[in-house]
Design a protein. Structure first.
Length: 458
């Protein structure tokens, strides 16, 4: 079993984690015609919005209740009611209300605030409002995302345990924070190849995939899972849960609907995706499509092609728990070794990572461990850039946020196609780093054409 080394420092140096408030906002943005409104100060929301814009390279419909000093001291229920009333006039299908650390320290009861809004403005009863307790000082992006999904299930999915299977071809998918828009798009294509109809909650592949919307401006998300589809989750034949962080939300959905679920810690690497394909075969009753067999053969060929570069490579990884489990499985499946692993917050699933040790910490902890173990490549979000530069090793960007880097949010890591491309990317990074016992020789004559022009060499 993996040893979990807990944090002992009094502060974070070069922080790794993104806040749980941002995770809750990300989950809400996977719902159609939705808008998250952080109950906190304008500064809290502005910083979060910058991260989202840098990562997705898209306009982000993120709002705030604009809590100020007066509201912090005297009470902020009026701020929430006024903010919800203003947003509800724009006719969204859903407003998500994650709390910030400021509101949580104040002792604000967000659920009571929503009840006060309902009592004061019954004209907005057609707008769903989902309160989420996700203060940024607790947990991380992954836990905030999971809390928001749990709140969405509680608010929008009715108790109907006797109707499971009425839509025999519908398969629910609870998609965790580790999945990129590219991952979810590939997952939906795979499910549809079996003749099934996936309903993904939340579906950021439809809202944050980088598309030009027909509207010149929209105050809410363009794309995402419609609220009406979420209310129909109880009619599905099965639910596929991707991410151990979503277990509580999956438990709640199964209790409300009676729909059986199949849970995966991740879908990275050969074994995990093989298990998903066999599950889809059993649910649909159809044979595995030929193109999936072809994709699997291509993945195997990529493993053969890259094994000389990947074999015994020492890798350092910093990521949220779900993503860390997936990356560790993918890396170990190629013959490489994870010699340093850091997660920003504790999760019980980390004990199943198969690694010797996982440190709960920050990027300083990763830098120290990577230097001690002689890591040759670093996998982390864009905040790991400076760490990789100091270590003198290349960085492969994964996770949130990725800035100054186009297409990071669209990249797929899961399945046969995603795993194949990840292997190619890592092998190319290692090749460019000129790793090996014998470095290539470069002639001084070939390096200095201006010297030859000056007459130094005939």
């Amino acid at each position: 079993m993996t040893e979990i080394v807990k944090r002992k420092k009094a502060l974070s140096v070069n922080p790794l984690k993104a806040s749980s408030t941002l995770g809750a906002c990300l989950a809400i943005m996977g719902v159609g015609r939705a808008v998250p409104m952080i109950h906190g100060s304008q500064g809290c929301t502005a910083f979060g919005k910058i991260f989202f814009i840098q990562h997705f390279q898209e306009p982000i419909p993120l709002q705030t209740s604009a809590l100020d000093q007066t509201g912090t001291v005297m009470g902020s229920y009026d701020y929430l009611v006024e903010g919800l009333n203003t947003l509800a006039k724009k006719k969204p299908a859903l407003i998500g209300v994650p709390t910030s650390g400021l509101a949580a320290v104040q002792g604000f009861d967000v659920e009571m605030g929503v009840r006060e809004f309902r009592a004061a403005h019954p004209e907005h009863d057609g707008v769903a409002v989902v309160p989420v307790n996700a203060p940024d000082y607790a947990g991380s992006l992954e836990s905030g995302f999971a809390d928001a999904l749990l709140a969405i299930v509680r608010a929008l999915v009715p108790d109907a345990p006797g109707r499971a299977g009425e839509r025999r071809r519908q398969v629910n998918v609870l998609a965790g924070a580790a999945l990129t828009p590219g991952d979810i798009e590939y997952l939906k294509d795979t499910i549809e190849s079996f003749g099934l109809r996936p309903v993904v909650v939340p579906d950021i592949s439809d809202s944050l995939d980088g598309h030009l919307a027909p509207e010149r401006f929209s105050p809410h998300t363009t794309g995402g899972t419609p609220v009406s589809e979420i209310s129909s989750l109880g009619l599905a034949a099965a639910t596929i849960v991707v991410g151990a962080s979503l277990n509580e939300a999956a438990d709640e959905l199964r209790r409300r609907t009676g729909v059986p679920d199949i849970r995966f810690d991740h879908l990275c690497g050969l074994d995990a995706f093989d298990a998903l394909v066999m599950t889809l075969r059993d649910i649909s009753g159809n044979a595995v499509p030929e193109r999936l067999d072809r994709h699997r053969a291509q993945f195997l060929d990529a493993m053969v092609d890259t094994h000389f570069m990947m074999g015994f490579t020492r890798v350092a990884v910093a990521a949220e728990a779900d993503l860390l489990l997936g990356l560790a499985a993918l890396i170990k499946g190629t013959g490489a070794e994870v010699t340093a692993a850091v997660a920003p917050a504790y999760a019980a699933s980390l004990t199943r990572s198969g690694l010797a040790t996982v440190k709960i910490g920050d990027l300083e902890d990763l830098e120290i461990a990577a230097r001690q173990t002689g890591a040759e490549v670093l996998i982390a979000n864009s905040h790991g850039d400076a760490v990789a530069e100091r270590l003198g090793i290349p960085l492969c960007r994964a996770g949130f946020p990725q800035f100054h880097w186009f297409g990071g949010s669209a990249k797929a890591w899961i399945g046969y196609r995603g795993g194949r491309q990840a292997l190619f990317d890592l092998a190319n990074i290692l090749t460019a780093a000129e790793r090996g016992e014998v470095h290539p020789y470069r002639s001084v004559y070939g390096q200095k054409p201006e010297y030859r022009r000056a007459g130094g060499v005939a």
